[in-house]
Design a protein around this ligand. Sequence first.
Ligand code: HEM
Length: 397
Amino acid sequence: MPEPKALPIAARSVGCPFTPATELYDMQKQEELPRVKIPSPLLGEFDAVTVTRYEDAKNVLGDPRLQMGFVFDPDAPRTMLNQPGNLLNYNGADHSRLRRMLTASFTVKRVRSLRPMIEGIVAAQLDALEEEGPGADLVQVFSTPIPTHVICELLGVPYADRADFQRRAKVGLDVNTTREVQIQNLADMDAYMSKLVAAHRQSPGDNLLGGVVRDFGAELTDDELVGIGNMLLIAGHETTASMLSVGTALLLQHPDQLALVRDDPSATDGAIEELLRYCAPATIMPRQAATDLCVRDQEIKEGERVVVSILAANRDLGATDQDLDTLDVRRPPQAHVTFGFGAHQCLGQQLARMELRVALPALFNRFPTLKLGVPQEEVDYRTTALVFGVHRLPVTW
Ligand code: HEM
């Protein structure tokens, strides 16, 4: 089997998977925005104007003329790109209408009220890790179960069904699959979520799906509810799981910084923000020009695609005098686009932050001698998917 291709605008340094490839830094220095070929199972390979500087990223993501450019065609096979209910497929008023129905579930206050539930789930996984040890795969026993369990509790999805929906989430985010595989995968996801939506229509539970059915059920089609459920289920566990794994892998390479996360609660929030900037699990944000326009001084024609490289924009070496290539959990907070920017900025970012703030210090406190179970260079990073991560993270203590 040929080695799967990494996305060119999420390419990483040969020596360090956390560092952007030199080609990305070269693009950042160029006056002209480069056009790069992006592989996509659903759109085929397409050309996209590529944005790698932080200010350009904010301008693109904040410009309502640069849109989620996918047109609904009810006769076309259902894919992630034309799925009703998925906020990432909508623009303008259609997007606001749906997003408004969900925002109350993700406010800082609401997420704060979830802390005891998150702490309980983290404590249970730490027990499971201890039982498995003194060696285990952190991905299997810690990083994946925690956000999966949290989103199941929040949404009202049975945790017992996780093996199937986790597998489907991985397929959905893999750019090295085919269109046919993606269509079948989404059909399976929809079939599963349709049953849950029907159950909540019948008897809305005391959870997010139940709340949306109760408050907005009359305004939403079943298809929209299915799309909302699928979007939250995937978005709610894959990226946070990745952050828990790669954040741990990175801190194990920097014991002095790990010690701060372990021992100094006042350092936690800043440290998590620096890890989010440095590890950024989501790699790209695509948009399409709804009209002719300019990015910087460069003309973009209606219909042209523009793609923001999160990896590069978070390391814009021209934007600050800080050494952004060095991990420094004590540095003053640096702006980043790990959660995007503008109308589509991540709805679940406060929840993700809360999970990371609870889980990482708890891990290092419970296992103060935690170390990698394999040499650093043998850690199997996932650099070819839309979400950067690690396949396995053997640890010991
Ligand atoms: C570390 C964890 C996470 C990261 C790095 C992340 C990253 C992102 C990014 C970059 C976007 C914007 C995409 C774009 O503009 O093209 C986004 C959107 C979104 N995220 Fe997250 N996310 C995380 C966790 C979560 C969680 C826990 C949830 C929900 C439970 C969630 C739900 C969503 C939703 C619904 C959107 C679409 C918002 C919209 O289009 O209005 N995310 N996320």
